[in-house]
Design a binder for this molecule. Structure first.
Ligand SMILES: C[S@@+](CC[C@H](N)C(=O)[O-])C[C@H]1O[C@@H](n2cnc3c(N)ncnc32)[C@H](O)[C@@H]1O
Length: 291
């Protein structure tokens, strides 16, 4: 039996968190889980087609006759729809995590802005929302206005790799009270290489909050994660990898005064998208050099 633990952030009763290893799946659960990535990829296509048709009709251009343009639109617009769908499923876990963000906040890979609704606006001094993907940052800009963050936010259309450009936007050491990572470590090229940098951006005592799908500890599930990632998932999901141990890597970085690293109690060890939910508080001694 897994144990439910008390945390300093309150998730709703149906979103219990646990620090214990996940339970084993039934045969049926494992079977369903083993095709989940295929179901998600099909949904990207099914949801992307109507959005692409609408886009092509409302933005007439020669691109209408270009199959590559259609492919790109279906892929990217369908992916944004999947982010919104995922938000409906995981919102109960994300809200209590994101709403504890305060002060100067940096959200990495903010996507289309699905997390904006979870911030406690009264506690936000400035939200720096970093999103390099053009189709997503356009939606992010609209959602920033829709959710009333226009006066309190800075949209940075730059990737985490471009540290010089980020510095020009004010993203520098010991600046942020909170860093928000929601389903982004799976997509950042060479994610763990940026973890020290992210830590350096926090003020001492600042918090990094994380909601990430991660590598499974179950050997069979891990084999499936590796297979899917290599064969189809990475291409279909804009560079996302299913097999990154992001929570563990962040913890092992050291330099944290406190770490809460939990997982949804409802997830069993057969899931191909198991989650780490973490709050990492930077220690005052952690002003380490980074690359
Ligand atoms: C799975 S999406 C998650 C989006 C959003 N956080 C959410 O939960 O809806 C991953 C995000 O990481 C972004 N991303 C990819 N490479 C990046 C990079 N080098 N720097 C910053 N963000 C990046 C993608 O553009 C995308 O928005």
């Amino acid at each position: 039996m897994s144990s439910v633990v008390e945390t300093r952030y309150k998730s709703p009763p149906e979103c219990k968190l646990s620090s214990a290893p996940p339970e084993s799946p039934s045969f049926y659960q494992r079977l369903v889980e083993s095709i989940r990535p295929l179901i998600i990829i099909s949904m990207i296509v099914v949801k992307g087609v109507p959005s692409a048709v609408f886009y092509q009709l409302t933005n007439p251009s020669l691109g209408f006759f270009n199959p590559f343009k259609w492919f790109d639109l279906i892929h990217k617009l369908g992916f944004a729809k999947i982010l919104a769908y995922g938000d409906e499923i995981w919102g109960g876990y994300k809200r209590p995590l994101v709403e504890q963000a305060n002060g100067k906040i940096l959200e990495i890979g903010a996507g289309s802005g699905e997390n904006l609704k979870y911030y406690n606006k009264d506690n936000v001094e400035t939200l720096y929302a970093l999103e390099p993907e053009k189709s997503l940052s356009t939606m992010l800009a609209e959602n920033i206005v829709k959710h009333g963050f226009a006066e309190k936010s800075l949209l940075i259309p730059v990737g985490i790799d471009d540290k010089d450009k980020l510095a020009a936007f004010g993203v520098s050491e010991n600046t942020f009270d909170t860093i928000v990572l929601v389903q982004v470590c799976c997509s950042l090229p060479n994610a763990s290489a940026h973890f020290k940098y992210l830590q350096s951006l926090l003020k001492p005592g600042g918090k990094l909050v994380m909601f990430e799908h991660v590598a499974s500890t179950d050997p069979l599930t891990r084999i499936l994660q590796n297979l899917y990632t290599t064969v189809i998932w990475k291409k279909a999901a804009l560079g996302c990898e299913l097999n990154r141990a992001s929570g563990i890597w962040m913890k092992e970085l050291g330099g944290w005064e406190h770490v809460d690293l939990l997982r949804p109690e409802a997830e069993n060890s057969g899931t191909l998208l198991p989650h780490d939910i973490g709050v990492f508080t930077k220690a005052s001694y952690a002003n380490v050099a980074h690359d």
